[in-house]
Ligand binder design. Structure first.
Ligand code: BGC
Length: 470
């Protein structure tokens, strides 16, 4: 147990129980990451097209029944999907299994980041939420290693790869029983006294009045909204909606999945032999995991905007440099000399590194923390769906784009990165240290561009406490 921390009038302590809740819920990321990694992205990406719509169903469940049961359902579907795919005898079984996995991922990706953002104390919200991305990266790395080992086991190695997806699902399944429901979800569903005792439990202190007051006010507003999706179309909902969706769209247009999934091919093209290319993807996997830790450390200290902007510069330089090397040196022959091939590996690592401390985690964090409660689950569902849809679109388009554009594909992604940098510079507000239920007053109504959209906002955010938080 740590000492009491005070931010404005909000007090909290980090207790063992609350850390256990964070880690268990974040296993949802492990599930998603394993699913991405196991198929080298290919089937997971296929699945993304159908998973794109699941977050909407999950959003309904999150609002009506709570975050905890939604996480439970996510793990149950994923568990069934992984067991069925490992045991499949017929093609329809594989297809059904992928649908179950898709439901699991869709529900998990909707509920877990919201859960983490709502349960975290304001001064650590970024770090806690990024545990989700950390587990995604661990899942991808684990899947890469399993794939490598299983490819040597004939004829049932593939069953092992698919079946081991049940491991992260089982962690989350257990986790969903152990974790606590978020106070906001309890109060929103009229369980006020339980909400208060939960808040005391997760903050580890008795005096939670100021924070509870804020949650109650947000819930009052949320209860008055009968149709959150209709509400989402109001002018005052546009700022978080545009930001949430664009964060996810941009995340995919960094080219991360193209680079990660096709890294082995890329490494082969630049001259590495078969096993060396596997080694390279393990290297990028490790870089991905360790660089996410940087984000956990930095996000609540330096803030979201600085991380994103720094990463835009680093990603732009690495993408254009890779493009330039391939353009100049791959003419005619299909391989580079050793020194240049090594340089491409370093550049890919620099790219993955900057993604891992910025657009990767913040693509999930920012949309989960910026919607007011009345449209939080529905708005976040739009962001999650955009992630899956654009993952799918890029996966479908990438190979033929690569054939037509060749080295220019890296310049294509670099151009997107410029657009992303400008977007952050002018449109993305800083949300570090702002309580999740004070975003409208503290962020949207203060922003030079977005405040113009807020004149029809009639919610009742915890205005009383707003000025008191640092
Ligand atoms: C993205 C995935 C990506 C992964 C890489 C996630 O945040 O949504 O598309 O594969 O990061 O670590």
């Amino acid at each position: 147990m740590t000492k009491i921390e005070k931010v404005g009038s909000f007090e909290s302590k980090i207790t063992v129980y609350v850390v256990v809740c964070w880690v268990l819920a974040a296993c949802g990321g492990l599930m998603f990451g394993y699913d991405i990694g196991i198929s080298g992205g290919v089937t997971a990406m296929d699945d993304s097209s159908s998973s794109s719509f699941r977050p909407f169903a999950a959003s309904k469940m999150c609002s009506k029944l709570g975050r905890k049961p939604t996480i439970f359902v996510a793990s149950a579907f994923f568990l069934c999907g992984s067991l069925l795919s490992a045991a499949a005898q017929r093609i329809w079984m594989i297809i059904l299994a992928r649908v179950l996995l898709g439901v699991g991922v869709g529900f998990g990706n909707e509920a877990v980041p919201l859960f983490l953002s709502e349960i975290a104390p304001v001064q650590h919200r970024g770090a806690v939420n990024i545990l989700f991305q950390l587990f995604i990266t661990i899942g991808i790395l684990f899947a890469n290693l399993v794939n490598y080992g299983a490819s040597k086991i004939h004829p049932w190695g593939w069953r092992l790869s698919l079946g081991l997806a049940s491991l992260p699902a089982a962690f989350l399944f257990v986790g969903s029983v152990v974790i606590i429901e978020t106070p906001a979800s309890l109060v929103e569903r009229n369980q006020e006294s339980q909400g208060l005792s939960t808040l005391k439990k997760i903050r580890g202190v008795e005096d939670v009045d100021a924070e509870f007051e804020q949650i109650k006010m947000a819930c009052e507003a949320a209860r008055e909204v009968k149709d959150p999706f209709k509400r989402l179309m109001k002018r005052s909902s546009m700022p978080p909606l545009i930001i949430g969706v664009m964060m996810q769209v941009f995340q995919q247009f960094t080219g991360i999945n193209a680079i990660m999934f096709y890294a082995p091919v890329l490494f082969q093209t630049v001259g590495f032999k078969n096993d060396a290319s596997l080694l390279s993807s393990v290297i990028t996997g490790l870089v991905n995991v360790f660089s996410t830790l940087v984000s956990i450390y930095g996000v609540d200290r330096v803030g979201r905007r600085k991380l994103l902007l720094q990463a835009c510069v680093q990603m732009f330089i690495s993408q254009t440099a890779i493009g330039a090397i391939l353009l100049v040196h791959l003419k005619g022959s299909n391989s580079l000399d050793e020194g240049l091939a090594g340089l491409v590996v370093v550049l890919v690592c620099l790219f993955v590194m900057s993604f891992a401390w910025s657009w990767g985690p913040l693509g999930w964090l920012i949309p989960s923390e910026t919607f007011p409660l009345e449209i939080r689950t529905s708005g976040f569902a739009c962001a999650v769906s955009s992630n899956m849809l654009f993952t799918f679109i890029i996966a479908q388009a990438f190979l033929s784009m690569m054939c037509h554009m060749r080295a220019f594909i890296f310049f294509f992604f670099a151009a997107w990165i410029v657009a992303m940098g400008l977007f952050v510079l002018f449109l993305l507000p800083e949300t570090k240290n702002v309580p999740i239920d004070a975003m409208v007053e503290r962020v949207w109504k203060q922003h030079p561009v977005w405040k113009r959209f807020m004149d029809d906002y009639d919610g009742k955010e915890g205005v009383k406490n707003v000025g008191m938080i640092i």
